[in-house]
Design a protein around this ligand. Structure first.
Ligand SMILES: [Zn+2]
Length: 331
């Protein structure tokens, strides 16, 4: 009786085990079919704008693959893109456009699953498109492009007047009673930079490097980087009248000069000499972006303001520049 019961129990147990295994096998979810790759004739063809579709495809090709979500994050002067790595991918192609359906420019081909773009126009939001490319039986197969929107990044160049010359010599600029223009302007530019950075603006400057960028180097940076404006900070000679005097040449430069001046007079108690048009200055002539040479005051007449009111001065200049760029300013 006991034996029979044991055998029966064993049989029942085996049956149950087998049933549970087959049930378990059945309950394993099927893999999602992958997205087929759209056929595209030319390699140079701009990326399609739709992100990889989420619905499962009707047909499944063995070489098909899907480009996942692309993330865009601000990183210093640029935008860092990242996405999930896809197995067996030969390269990722990255495109940029300034509107959803605008002209797409191929900006890079990379093998890693990240890319940092610092060449988008200053102050302009853009869209990035990333597509993966695989080599299947000697043929290049491309995924659909995944799209991501990136916020605008504002970049400016703020130069402290004078300082290290092209030949390595020190140029103090205006001098009075042991004060040097080149050294007096550094704290103002540092403050201006801090206030601009607080608003999210990326600043190229030599103020934290001891005023050691000469005009050649400055021009090279301006030429190779995407920036909105170039502001050159000076103070006037001892025998010049007191007050602010922004210098400009073109119409757009005048707008910038006016905005900077307005910003300064909001926070600093100093005379206003108005705006002055000059056609003989390298800063205004030889730089392709909108520029302004700002005379902050006289080294003698405004000496105390230039030394003691650096924070207010920097704040005013930063505010003016933000106003001109069209971005809100928070003190
Ligand atoms: Zn000067």
């Amino acid at each position: 009786m006991y034996r029979i019961a044991k055998r029966t129990a064993m049989l029942i147990l085996m049956f149950l085990l087998a049933a549970s295994v087959s049930f378990a096998e059945e309950s394993i979810p099927q893999e999602e079919p992958e997205q087929p790759v759209a056929e595209e004739p030319a390699a140079q063809e701009p990326a399609t704008e739709e992100p990889a579709a989420q619905e499962p495809a009707k047909e499944t090709k063995p070489e098909a693959f899907v480009m996942g979500k692309v993330k865009a994050k601000r990183s210093g002067a640029g935008t860092k893109l990242s996405w999930k790595r896809i197995q067996g991918v030969k390269e990722y192609r990255i495109f940029r456009a300034y509107s959803k359906n605008g002209k797409k420019t191929r900006i890079a081909v990379v093998r890693k699953n990240t890319y940092k773009d610092v060449r988008a126009k200053s102050g302009k939001g853009c869209y990035y498109f990333v597509r993966a490319c695989k080599e299947v039986k000697g043929k290049l197969v491309k995924s659909k492009a995944a799209r991501v929107k990136a916020k605008p990044i504002y970049r400016v160049y703020i130069e402290t007047g004078h300082g290290r010359r092209e030949n390595g010599q020190w140029d103090p600029g205006a001098c009075w009673k042991g004060y040097q223009e080149a050294k007096l302007m550094i704290p103002i530019v540092k403050q201006m930079t801090r206030f601009l950075e607080k608003q999210g603006v990326y600043v190229y400057t030599d103020a934290f490097k001891g005023n050691c960028y000469n005009l050649d180097k400055t021009r090279k940076i301006i030429k190779t980087k995407e920036i909105s404006a170039f502001v050159n900070i000076h103070c006037d000679a001892w025998n010049q009248p007191s007050g602010t005097l922004p210098l400009y040449k073109t119409k757009e430069q005048k707008k910038l000069a006016k905005a900077l001046n307005k910003g300064v007079h909001k926070y600093v108690k100093i005379k206003d000499r108005g705006l002055c048009r000059r056609t003989d200055l390298e800063t205004l002539n030889k730089v392709k972006v909108t520029s302004c040479l700002f005379e902050t005051g006289s080294i003698r007449g405004d000496n105390k303001v230039l030394r003691k009111k650096t924070k207010a001065y920097g704040k005013g200049l930063a505010r003016g520049l933000c106003t001109w760029m069209g971005i809100p300013f928070r003190g």
